[in-house]
Design a protein. Structure first.
Lengths: 283, 964
């Protein structure tokens, strides 16, 4: 919609440009910012003109630029050659966990038409509980690389970034520069299960799971809880143990995407299905 | 800014910093880019940006600089259509057509490889009318080169074991009633395509706001943050100072007269409880101040600066609490003379009555009794075109309102009354309306627009946002329905006891009608010797409820049909048989709370028996769709009855005018909002006049065209307006016959009495009237006409249809569902509806109405619920949080028509717009109950509720329960 309170739209090209004046907020894809009135916002500072690379592959893992469109991540992870991926290096063949990216995108209510515009960073920074790029990053121990307003930088686990549904640990003026996924996690075998009150609706619960090379298992619960829940096991947990842990997790909440009791119950069910997937693939 | 739009280089003014691409395109004249939500959720604004589909409402306009945009009008060169668009036109792929341009754009990007995954690819495009089946088929045909040839996305391919054509039982032959004596292609009984299809798929057929009225001001309102409060002071100083603000209206500027936003033939049907702007607010979001400004931005800025002091009053949100002692009273000053039953108890309407004796004694004496209490939720109409109107003064200084309304004449009458203007000084008309479903049988924008036009003497527009739809339009009335049934061991009903509590919210628009109508055919459909009904509609401080497809029946039917299912389970009787045993048969009296038959109901036809047989047979036949492993499976069914018109009269004028060039102009008052009446009206004219569609011009929904029309509601488009048009066409043809006879007989036209000629004495040939083998040129026919039959256009025959009697139509819905008891997920494996529509005048369109009604029924059965926080705030106020069914949520509904011919309707037709919706929710609920052993008593039967009920009942997967 027309955001009528906006009186300036400024392209950022250097880090200095990212200093926000009162009333200014960064805009990435704009798919959320343009979808609601923004009564307290008077200016947009465009991050997409920063020229950040979308996807960088290195020995430590994958670095996803905050302004990388969700579509680019999905197409690249699927090994598809599109106008967005042609200039990118092909993904290492042993990064099996990349298969989670398209499944995470499918967990969004947003369709492919939004993914071309919406960015990974925008999804993380809007910090809905149902932010599927958070689900993806949490599943794979992703790290948020942030630029603070004072010129300093910091890194924190993406799992620790959300402080609630739509709130996060970014300080005023702090910018998410990239999401980094460690190579070891990318080499794991991973799976994702999700449910919503409508078949392809906005997620009420997303449960991810992965088995690392050393057999360690990481289960993530997002969308059902106001903050991500990460459960770590040295090996595949028993069904009873997993169910108990998921049910005991904190932060199940109620909103139009589902009441807390249902979210808790279906998260446990999805976790068991995730466990089943992991066992299948291990076998 | 430079960009390319549909292959033309364009230079636009620099976009505003916060502007989106959608409005930039519309400002550049591309009105084919629609707005359904303005928030990225519905896809109506889809365009291609450098060849990729995007939602233009969430793309910053500036980012289109130097790029190429393609709209629905530019998907193919020149006048051509994209293959998907061709297929949408061919295969009845739209009803209102508002979603169709965006649908076309998205579909144009798909390839054959996407057809297996259409649910996902198309989830960003919502259609409220069709139920998606024809769109799916059109995409398969357009992208894959033909539906049904192994295309995985096509339901028709998946349903290989289903009968080839789901439309069974052909309509009665129409020749018998065709005055021309021969079937006419394009006439009644044919699946004639709706007019203007090529324009609609390109977005070129104008809806309400697809016009440019130069110099139009924008109206925006300030909503109340309180559920109940007195406005103490309003300070508009800062708001007035905003550049571009023209006028600000408060309760001090509006007429004192109270009215109802609801519109009916008789204005006394609704309580006068609403002021245009009030100094007491009764729900959160109620408009308090209206700002009129040069631009939307100025209006919004000014709205934010209006300071309002409130004295907050106690509020009540639960209807039971609202009618209990000590509750805050919402409308203390109103009484019976305002049509408020008992304002001190917040009761706007009450029905207490019955027949046959003491119901409790009858229940006590019954061999078996079953019962329960069901609760329905608020449902949003979610028509894709939001409410809105544009007003201006014409050259004569007359007030003109172009509105998205189902009832232009009733709006005109009420505006004239409110503003103290003679009726002829007000014109109200509707362009094509982008869906209504009852929600546009109200005045939500026209009143303020009219006032603002009179105050400013300038054109004024007020267009609802999607959020406005959720905070200040209306919803389906939530109702609590308790039903107790008594029966003998043979299943024959001995008593029915019904208690209904309806929440009308802050205002009583449609409260009375919906409550009474809700308790009519739903109960009258069963032959019970003893019946007792207690119903009340109460005010609460919630957003008002209003007219919604089915008009109260669906809520009560949920209770009655679910209770019937309990009875069938209790007695081990097949649920179809239980209906056969107890439902009314032709000739039975229809009554609800008194022993006598409702005297305005006639048995023009009866098709319930056939509907039960057709639905049961289809369910038995199955469709080969299997449940996922481990899911519980169950079947359920329900029936509904609906009269073919609202009680107490529905009026339509129509005229047919023969022009000198042999073209006949048809004028009707009724509006087209996707219900397909325009098509059927043309078909009726074709059959009666014996001329093809190329010689017909249909004009509609304009108070300047005809004297009066009650409007497009209560499914009256065919049964009343169609009858009027039928009569007008017959009259015209008879008139022409008489005149032509006169000319042929030697100019003694005066000697020919109308009684001596019949309509079919004459053929309306292309060059003139053909009578006794001779052609009389049209000029000669017109020259012979009496002056009183001539208007500027030509020879006119007018009819005023005043309909008071109604017939009855039936629907039976049946489903087989699978339930994952661990998550509460419900999958509808098979959906069947049998409909008794009388003679089906346009089978493809009528099938579309049934499918669309079934889709809405499935939506409100499983998904849709306007949620509040319990303190009057709507928490699901955008499509992102309100679940309109997507592609994935709507299975194909097999549609079967009973073979009946109604004595009342034109050509034996009955209405079939609202009724398909009514039996769906109980059918689904009954199937869930049979699958899981757990009945859910609150609608929607959302996953959380099904999960909770199943968990409490200890349900496990894998069981299969059949309904028959
Ligand atoms: C139809 C539809 C469905 C949607 N479904 C979902 C869903 O299921 N789940 C979900 O989570 N969201 C959903 N969204 C919301 C939103 O579109 C997505 O979260 C999207 O990924 C946001 O990305 P963006 O680049 O468009 O963000 P923007 O709209 O540009 O920004 C979002 C917010 O993040 C801030 N921001 C953006 N980038 C940065 C950065 N690098 N550093 C700091 N702050 C930043 C902005 O200031 C703003 O507050 C949906 C939106 C639509 C229109
Ligand atoms: S209007 Fe843009 S998606 Fe609905
Ligand atoms: S035809 Fe799709 S919304 Fe009306």
């Amino acid at each position: 919609m027309d955001v009528t309170t906006i009186s300036s739209f400024r392209a950022a090209r250097t880090r200095a440009d990212l200093a926000l004046a009162p009333g200014e907020v960064p805009i990435a894809g704009g798919t959320w910012l343009m979808s609601e009135p923004q009564p307290r916002t008077t200016g947009f500072v465009d991050l997409t003109t920063m020229g950040w690379p979308d996807l960088e592959v290195g020995p430590e893992g994958l670095r996803i630029g905050a302004t990388c469109p969700i579509a680019t991540l999905v197409e690249w992870a699927q090994g598809r050659q599109t106008r967005r991926t042609t200039s990118l290096a092909t993904p290492p063949s042993d990064w099996a966990a990349l298969a989670l990216a398209p499944r995470a995108a499918d967990a969004l209510l947003a369709s492919f038409k939004i993914w071309t515009t919406a960015t990974v960073g925008g999804n993380v920074c809007r910090t809905y509980a149902a932010a599927a790029m958070i689900s993806f990053a949490v599943a794979l121990d992703g790290v948020a690389h942030c630029w603070a307003a004072d010129g300093s930088e910091r890194r924190l686990p993406v799992a620790d970034l959300p402080t609630g549904d739509t709130t996060n640990a970014l300080a005023p003026g702090e910018i998410l520069r990239a999401v980094e996924i460690p190579a070891a996690a990318l080499r794991s075998r991973a799976t994702l299960r999700r449910i919503a009150l409508a078949e392809l609706g906005r997620s009420g619960s997303v449960v991810t799971g992965r088995v690392d090379a050393d057999g360690a298992v990481v289960v993530g619960v997002t969308a059902a809880t106001s903050r991500p829940v990460v459960l770590r096991y040295p090996g595949v947990p028993t069904a009873a143990e997993l169910r108990a842990d998921v049910e005991a997790a904190e932060g199940y909440y109620s909103d139009p995407m589902g009441p807390a009791d249902w979210r808790r119950a279906v998260s446990a069910t999805l976790a068991l299905r995730v466990r089943h997937d992991l066992l299948q693939e291990t076998a | 800014m430079r960009l390319t739009i549909n292959d033309s280089a364009v230079e636009t003014p620099a976009p505003a910093p916060g502007q989106c691409l959608r409005t930039l395109l519309r400002e550049s004249g591309h009105l084919e880019v629609k707005k359904g939500c303005d928030a990225g959720d519905c896809g109506a604004c889809s365009v291609l940006l450098d060849g990729e589909a995007v939602h233009s409402c969430i793309v910053p306009a500036g980012r289109a600089e130097g790029r190429s945009v393609t709209t629905a009008a530019g998907l193919a060169p020149g006048d051509e259509l994209h293959p998907v668009q061709e297929a949408l036109v061919e295969s009845f792929g739209f009803q209102c057509g508002f979603c169709t341009p965006g649908m076309s754009v998205t579909a144009s990007t798909l390839g054959p490889e996407d057809l297996g995954d259409l649910d996902r690819r198309m989830k960003g495009n919502l259609c409220r009318c069709t139920g998606y089946r024809p769109i799916r088929e059109a995409i398969c045909a357009g992208v894959g080169g033909g539906a049904g040839d192994g295309c995985g996305g096509c339901p028709t391919a998946a349903l290989a074991s289903a009968p080839a054509a789901p439309v069974e039982a052909e309509p009665e032959p129409v020749e018998a009633v065709d005055p021309a004596g021969a079937p006419m292609s394009g006439g009644v009984g044919d699946s004639v395509r709706p007019p203007r299809g090529r324009e609609i798929v390109q977005g070129l057929e104008p809806f309400t706001f697809d016009t440019v009225v130069p110099g139009t001001l924008t109206l925006r309102v300030v909503g109340s943050p309180h559920a109940h409060a007195r406005v103490v002071a309003i300070d508009t100083t800062a708001a007035r100072a905003v550049p571009g603000v023209v006028v600000i209206l408060t309760h001090e500027d509006v007429p004192r007269r109270r009215y109802s936003t609801a519109r009916h033939q008789f204005r006394d049907d609704d309580p006068d409880d609403t002021r245009m702007l009030d100094d007491v607010v009764r729900h959160i979001g109620q408009r308090v101040v209206a700002v009129v400004a040069e631009t939307a931005a100025a209006a919004a800025a000014a709205c934010a600066l209006v300071r309002i002091d409130y004295e907050v009053l106690p509020a009540v949100f639960e209807p039971e609490a609202a009618r209990s002692p000590g509750a805050p009273v919402l409308h203390p000053e109103l009484d019976e003379s305002d049509r408020v039953h008992e304002s001190g108890r917040n009761v706007v309407a009450a029905l207490h009555g019955g027949y046959g004796g003491d119901v409790d004694a009858a229940l006590a004496a019954s061999a078996v009794t079953v019962g329960g209490t069901w609760q329905t939720s608020r449902v949003s109409h979610a028509q894709l075109e939001t409410h809105g109107s544009i007003g201006w003064l014409d050259d004569d200084g007359r007030l003109v309102i172009r509105s998205s309304t189902q009832v232009p004449f009733l709006v005109r009458d009420e505006l004239a009354l409110l503003l103290d203007l003679p009726r002829e000084r007000v014109r109200v008309f509707a362009a094509r309306v982008g869906g209504g479903f009852g929600g546009k049988q109200e005045i939500f924008t026209e009143d303020l627009v009219a006032l603002a036009v009179l105050r400013t003497s300038r054109p004024v527009a007020y267009e609802f946002s999607r959020n406005d739809e959720f905070v200040r339009s209306s919803f389906r009335h939530p109702m609590r329905v308790s039903v107790t049934l008594g029966a003998g061991t043979d299943g024959v009903l001995t008593a029915m006891k019904i208690d209904v509590l309806s929440d009308t919210g802050a205002y009583g628009n449609h409260a009375i009608g919906v409550m009474f109508h809700g308790c009519s055919e739903s109960i009258g459909v069963y032959r019970s010797p003893v019946t007792r009904v207690d119903a009340e509609a109460v005010y609460t401080n919630n957003v008002p409820s209003g007219a919604f497809r089915g008009y109260g029946l669906g809520q009560v039917i949920l209770g009655v049909e679910s209770a019937m299912d309990l009875l069938a389970q209790e007695l081990g009787i097949d649920p179809f048989d239980l209906r056969r045993l107890n439902a009314v048969r032709r000739g039975d009296p229809i009554h609800v709370t008194h022993p006598d038959h409702e005297e305005d109901i006639v048995w023009g036809s009866y098709g319930l028996d056939q509907c039960l047989d057709l639905a049961q047979a289809a369910l038995r036949r199955g469709n080969g769709v299997e449940a996922p492993a481990g899911w519980a499976v169950g079947e359920g069914m329900a029936l509904s009855m609906l009269s073919t018109m609202a009680p107490r009269g529905h009026f339509s004028d129509a005229s047919a005018t023969l022009r000198p060039d042999g073209v006949v102009v048809l004028d009707v008052g009724s509006a087209e909002f996707g219900n397909g009446t325009s098509t059927v009206h043309r078909q009726i004219a074709t059959t009666v006049l014996g001329i093809g569609g190329d010689r017909l011009v249909l004009r509609r929904s304009d108070t300047d065209l005809v004297g009066h029309d009650t409007g497009a509601f209560a499914s009256s488009g065919i049964t009343v307006a169609g009858r009027a048009l039928h009569a007008a066409c017959t009259k015209l043809r008879t008139l022409v016959a008489g005149l032509a006879r006169g000319v042929v007989g030697g100019g003694e036209g005066d000697d020919v009495f109308a009684g001596d000629v019949a309509a079919d004495d004459v053929e309306l040939g292309p060059g003139g009237a053909i009578v006794d083998g001779r052609t009389v040129p049209w000029a000669d026919v017109l020259a012979a006409a009496a002056p009183e039959d001539l208007v500027t256009d030509g020879l006119r025959a007018s009819v005023e249809e005043r309909a008071y009697v109604r017939s009855l139509a039936f629907n039976v819905h049946a489903v087989r569902v699978a339930v994952d008891v661990e998550t509460g997920s419900v999958r509808v494996l098979q959906s069947v509806q049998a409909a008794d529509a009388g003679v089906v005048l346009n089978p493809a369109q009528c099938r579309g109405q049934v499918e669309g009604g079934a889709a809405q029924g499935l939506g409100s059965a499983l998904l849709e619920e306007v949620m509040t926080d319990g303190a009057g705030t709507v928490t699901s106020s955008v499509f992102r949080f309100y679940r309109v069914p997507q592609f994935a949520d709507v299975p194909t509904t097999e549609v079967y028509f009973a073979r009946t011919s109604d004595e009342l309707g034109p050509f034996g037709a009955k209405s079939m717009s609202e009724s398909p919706y009514n039996p769906v929710a109980p059918a689904v609920g009954n199937a869930i109950a049979r699958a899981t052993g757990a009945r859910v008593f609150t609608q929607p039967f959302s996953r959380d509720r099904v999960w909770r009920a199943a968990a409490e009942a200890g349900a496990t997967g894998g069981a299969t329960a059949t309904a028959s």
